[in-house]
Design a protein around this ligand. Structure first.
Ligand SMILES: [Fe+2]
Ligand SMILES: [Fe+2]
Length: 228
């Protein structure tokens, strides 16, 4: 399994460490649980984009980028809902993993740092989603799920490139790269550890390889390109 995880589609520059084989195995063991959480993730991703539009209402370029992104996330949400429906799986609420809260806590309170952090955190979540969807597209539990995740890959890749561009345009390359490296380490730490309860499996539950080494994050910034 480890050799399979070396697939280039699973490598994403933003991330300080790739996901582990253990996460993929847990995901493949509970595809229904993953699908429910995936639906919630798509809806949350739309919410994050809308929140940013409301927080910075006079930033027209931000709105022009994030409005279509929010729409696209809702289309993904609807797509996953259809799969749930076909499989007779109810969209039940799930306790969120610690991941989102850990990243939200890292967002600084004062502007302009708050905006930079919020854009980079949103981008990191997109990047991790993209990376894990690429794993599922290649090694998913069944053909329908491989196809579903494969169909979502391109737009998720665009999304994290877009957050990077929004951050760099507003805060400059140097500040963006420096903060991204810090947040990428934190993102990786938030995913460190072993999943104790299989019911805790989520799109963003623990499972990364090698932890967050200091040299793991890319120093040249990710640019708009999704993969390293
Ligand atoms: Fe999405
Ligand atoms: Fe996305």
């Amino acid at each position: 399994m480890t050799a399979l995880l070396e697939s280039p589609t699973a490598r994403v520059k933003w991330l300080a460490a790739p996901s582990s084989a253990a996460w993929l195995e847990a995901a493949n063991a509970r595809p229904d649980l993953l699908l429910i959480d995936h639906a919630h993730c798509e809806r949350k991703a739309a919410g994050v984009a809308l929140q940013l539009m409301f927080r910075y209402p006079s930033d027209r370029a931000l709105a022009e980028a994030l409005s279509p992104l929010a729409r696209e996330e809702l289309e993904h949400f609807e797509l996953v809902l259809q799969v749930l429906e076909r499989r007779g799986i109810a969209l039940r609420p799930l306790p969120a993993p610690a991941y989102g809260a850990a990243l939200a806590a890292a967002v600084r309170r004062q502007e302009p740092q708050r905006q930079l952090d919020a854009l980079l955190v949103a981008g990191l979540i997109e990047a991790r989603s993209h990376e894990r969807m690429a794993l599922l597209a290649a090694h998913g539990a069944d053909a329908e799920l491989r196809q579903l995740y494969g169909a979502l890959l391109a737009s998720e890749a665009r999304h994290f490139g877009l957050y990077w561009v929004l951050a760099e345009e507003r805060h400059g390359r140097e500040a963006t790269v420096e903060r991204l490296q810090q947040l990428a380490q934190l993102e990786c730490e938030a995913l460190s550890g072993i999943l104790a309860d299989p019911h805790g499996l989520r799109v963003h539950s623990v499972g990364v390889r090698g932890g967050a080494g200091p040299a793991a994050a890319q120093s040249d910034g990710p640019g708009p390109s999704p993969s390293g």
